[in-house]
Design a protein around this ligand. Structure first.
Ligand code: F6R
Length: 264
């Protein structure tokens, strides 16, 4: 079941998302939080950092598991997702270093890295709340469209459209790594609750497919339709293709903005 909540704009999306996370961080101890990078959740992290700075939030008992990392980038590389996470979030809160999990971009033994990452999630008891962004091609994590989807953490060749989209963070397109390591669809779908964020008209087509399209591997996000507890918070631009048409269909319920207040 997908619940779609329409936000007015990026800021509103970030605030609504932070309300949900704050509620879970306060209520679930310990909380296993799956996290995404990219431009979409930057505002969410900013909100959470502000709440922490104001003394309203404690990350002592929060464990995090990031979705993905570029292959070949060390945590000290400003374009790595590890660097991103410290810059936007971890450096500003009281999370314990040993509770942070991000797949490494540089390693000697691929299978060990994969097994260790899967095991760390299992040992923690699974992910309680998984935050996702979405690619314009429907990828989640770096599970790219294709003939099949991988269940476990795996190494993936990035699609040319993903490399192009992500080149905005690099000096030029050639610098974007061609491969990434990503959590597979299995651990994402095993999360007890999923929160997908989408902002901007570039995401509108993928978002419409996510909630209304046929469930298929060529648009990985459509698989979320068969998860029992998915919330999507999308701004007006990202939801313009669907918002007026899906008052209540079988697999998606549209909430007015105010319904999110319940998480406050
Ligand atoms: C990043 C990730 C990706 C992004 C997606 C959207 O950890 O998992 O799936 O969420 O590529 O990226 P942005 O938010 O930059 O549009």
């Amino acid at each position: 079941m997908i619940q779609l909540i329409i936000a007015n704009n990026y800021e509103d999306m970030s605030k609504k998302a932070s309300k949900l996370l704050i509620s879970r961080i306060k209520d679930t101890i310990p909380l296993n939080l799956g996290l995404a990078t990219g431009s979409t959740p930057v505002g969410l992290y900013k909100e959470l950092v502000t709440e922490y700075a104001n003394g309203n939030l404690d990350f002592e008992h929060t464990r995090t598991f990031n979705l993905d990392e570029y292959i070949g980038l060390s945590p000290y590389n400003p374009n790595s997702y590890s660097y991103y996470m410290w810059k936007h979030f971890f450096s500003h809160i009281n999370i314990r270093k040993e509770n942070i999990h991000i797949p490494p971009g540089i390693f000697a033994n691929e299978q060990k890295v994969i097994d260790d990452y899967e095991e760390a999630i299992v040992q923690a008891g699974g992910i309680d709340l998984q935050v996702l962004g979405i690619g314009a091609n429907g990828h989640i994590g770096f599970n790219e469209p294709g003939e099949s989807l991988s269940v476990s953490t795996h190494i993936v060749e990035l699609k040319s459209e993903t490399i192009k989209a992500n080149s905005r963070f690099f000096e030029n397109k050639d610098e974007v790594p061609k491969k990434a390591i990503t959590m597979g669809m299995g651990k994402i779908m095993e999360a007890k609750e999923i929160l997908l964020l989408a902002s901007g008209k570039e995401k509108a087509k993928a978002l419409a497919q996510t909630v209304k399209g046929i469930v298929e591997t060529h648009c990985p996000s459509t698989i979320l339709q068969i998860h029992p507890n998915v919330k999507i918070i999308a701004d007006k631009e990202a939801s313009f293709l669907i918002a007026d048409r899906i008052r209540a269909s079988n697999n998606c319920i549209l909430f007015s903005s105010d319904r999110m207040e319940q998480y406050g």
